[in-house]
Every structure is written in structure tokens, then in C-alpha cells.
Design a protein around this ligand. Structure first.
Ligand SMILES: NC(=O)c1ccc[n+]([C@@H]2O[C@H](COP(=O)([O-])OP(=O)(O)OC[C@H]3O[C@@H](n4cnc5c(N)ncnc54)[C@H](OP(=O)(O)O)[C@@H]3O)[C@@H](O)[C@H]2O)c1
Length: 167
């Protein structure tokens, strides 16, 4: 399982229910990376997508405890157990966890690769992603050139898990 996240200098990822910023090049990379893949997201992360709708050309899976929730273009699952049952039909490497904070926290232990868009700017965030640089289970294995968007510098980083509970 992979994850994809955009984080600021302090690993901030959001403020309340909102994203910190949307960087066009980063959005393009995200769409290219995840085309034809399986996205796993929380109900609140779904609301941050364009028009609050699932993304086309991908399998969208939304976590919510609300059994009445129906989302056109997405499968709604209500527990992690239900999620893992649903994911059995897809290759593990095709699955991308795409937020938000609570979903990253719950699924990080199952992820092997983390695609991180890392910004140098520090926002007034109140939603965070774990600092992978301080986590011995994760290693930075690739980084891109530095890009800029107005006065923000950012890079595309790849982290890989070095240890697994079952290995
Ligand atoms: N920077 C990034 O890359 C990025 C990406 C995505 C999101 N974000 C940010 O992350 C923030 C949202 O994070 P968040 O933690 O507040 O919300 P979230 O993780 O997106 O969604 C939380 C919701 O997911 C459902 N849920 C969570 N765990 C569940 C479980 N085990 N079983 C069933 N349902 C479960 C619940 O929905 P119900 O309440 O319906 O039960 C819960 O309220 C926003 O600021 C957003 O902008 C950032």
C-alpha cells in the first residue's frame, strides 16, 4: 500500500477541514501517479476534492461510520476491517492512501511507500502527518529537483518503509 501526502515544513497537512494550499504541478503529479489506481480516503478528505466528488478514472474508497452515506462513484466502507476486505481484490501496490489526518494515522503502519510533496513553508496548520524523518521505520529513497510556486519551494520525495511487522 502507498500513500500520497502534501506536507509543509512542520508536516502540517491541513487546517480544520481545508487543505493548506493547492499547487498545480503537484496536483498534476498526483493525478498521473494515481490514474487507474485505488484511492482510500476519509469522508472529510473526500470533501476537499473538486466539487467534493470522487476522482474519475480511479477506484475511490471512502471511510465513514455513517451507514446512510452513499457517494456516487465511490465505495463507502465503515470500518478498517471492511476496508481490508474490499482491498483484497486489488494488488497492494495499486492502493494509495490519500488522507486525511485520521486515515493516514490509521493506515501508515500498512504502507510501504510514501509519496510526499514537501514544502519549505510553515502554515498555521492543525492537521498533521507523522514526521517521517524522525521515524526509523522510514527512509528517504528519492527526491526531485526543487520547484517553486510563488514564494514556496517544494520537492517530490519518496520514502520507503524499512521494517514490517510480519517480516
Ligand atoms: N495535505 C494533504 O495531502 C491532505 C490530503 C487529504 C486531506 N488533508 C487534510 O486533512 C484534514 C482532514 O483530516 P481528518 O482527520 O479531519 O479527516 P479524514 O481523515 O479525511 O476523515 C475523517 C472521517 O473519516 C471517517 N473515518 C475515519 N476513520 C474511520 C474508520 N476507522 N472507520 C470508518 N470511518 C472512519 C469518519 O467519517 P464519519 O464522520 O462520516 O464517520 C471521520 O470523521 C483536512 O484538513 C484536509 O484538508 C490533507
Amino acid at each position: 500500500m502507498n500513500l500520497y501526502v502534501t506536507a509543509d515544513a512542520n508536516w502540517g497537512i491541513g487546517h480544520n477541514d481545508n487543505l493548506l494550499i493547492q499547487i498545480p504541478r503537484s496536483q498534476k503529479m498526483f493525478l498521473e501517479e494515481t490514474k487507474g489506481k485505488v484511492l482510500v480516503m476519509g469522508r472529510k478528505a473526500l470533501a476537499t476534492l473538486p466539487q467534493g466528488k470522487p476522482l474519475a478514472s480511479r477506484t475511490n474508497i471512502v471511510l465513514s461510520t455513517n451507514h446512510k452515506l452513499q457517494v456516487k462513484g465511490a465505495t463507502v466502507v465503515h470500518t478498517l476491517e471492511e476496508l481490508f476486505e474490499e482491498l483484497k481484490q486489488y494488488p497492494d501496490e495499486d492502493v494509495y492512501v490519500v488522507g486525511g489526518e485520521s486515515i493516514y494515522n490509521q493506515l501508515l503502519p500498512y504502507c510501504k511507500v510514501a509519496h510526499v510533496v514537501k514544502m519549505d513553508h510553515a502554515y498555521a496548520a492543525n492537521k498533521f502527518f507523522p514526521d517521517l524523518d524522525k521515524d526509523e521505520e522510514w527512509k528517504l529513497t528519492a527526491d526531485s529537483d526543487e520547484y517553486t510556486y510563488f514564494d514556496i519551494a517544494y520537492e517530490f520525495l519518496r520514502y520507503e518503509r524499512t521494517t514490517f511487522a510480519d517480516s
